[in-house]
Ligand binder design. Structure first.
Ligand code: AMP
Length: 224
């Protein structure tokens, strides 16, 4: 059965971490709009130039631009058996456009999984978040530090220094949270009404605990 999954949750809820675990476990592509935008920024493409101002301010990139990028990515061969979408959709318009894009190919989402975390925990987590600029692995100085301190513990990275995302500064975190509540939270209701919403608790849980909760949801989808 094709698994077409959307991961929902505030900034820092653990969507990226869970998306990676799910993508590995189910051999599906992990599609993160944030990662796509950041790659364009660091490569200095024209798209990168268009989106920089939004990412720096913690604001949403316009829907038309974002939806076009996702539609192009979903049209690639590796998405035929499913995908894990991380950070998209983030507005109702994006959710509606995603439904249309899939319907044009006689496809539909399997589930929208919402990782629930309180605002206070989000602020605490994001300020301590670090990632490897080479392999993308995400660490947290407080909750899941690298075994090599400030350096990536992935052998292939050979001691690359971990970095903090420029939008993980406290002021930008608050703006991203405000935008999340205003624009993204309404999507939860949209998917609930479609019978696609499943919630898991991300508060006080280890990434492995959250992953197990998500896997139980996916097992239930498989059940006849
Ligand atoms: P993320 O890595 O998912 O936290 O995304 C980082 C930033 O990329 C966001 O703060 C937005 O500026 C932009 N972004 C990522 N996904 C979207 C989206 N679906 N719609 C609009 N902007 C997005």
């Amino acid at each position: 059965m094709a698994l077409r999954i959307v991961l929902l949750g505030g900034p820092g809820a653990g969507k990226g971490t869970q998306a990676k675990l799910l993508a590995d476990a189910h051999r599906l592509p992990h599609i993160s709009t944030g990662d796509i935008f950041r790659a364009h920024l660091s490569e200095g493409t024209s798209l990168g130039g268009k989106v920089r101002q939004y990412l720096d301010a913690g604001q949403l990139v316009p829907d038309d631009l974002t939806c076009e990028i996702v539609a192009d990515r979903l049209a690639q061969d590796d998405c035929r058996d499913g995908f894990i979408l991380d950070g998209f959709p983030r507005t109702l318009a994006q959710a509606e456009q995603l439904e249309k894009t899939l319907a044009e190919r006689n496809e539909a989402l399997s589930a929208a999984i919402n990782i629930e975390v309180s605002d206070d925990e989000i602020v605490e987590r994001l300020a301590a978040r670090r990632s490897c600029p080479k392999c993308g692995k995400i660490f947290n100085r407080k909750f899941s530090p690298s075994t090599r301190g400030e350096f990536c513990d992935n052998e292939e990275c050979d001691g690359v220094k971990l970095i903090q995302r420029s939008d993980d500064k406290e002021e930008t975190i608050r703006e991203r949270l405000r935008i999340y509540h205003e624009n993204t939270e309404p999507i939860i209701e949209y998917y609930r009404q479609q019978g696609l919403l499943y919630s898991v608790s991300g508060t006080g849980s280890t990434p492995e605990d959250v992953f197990q909760q998500i896997e139980s949801v996916l097992d239930r989808l498989d059940a006849p």
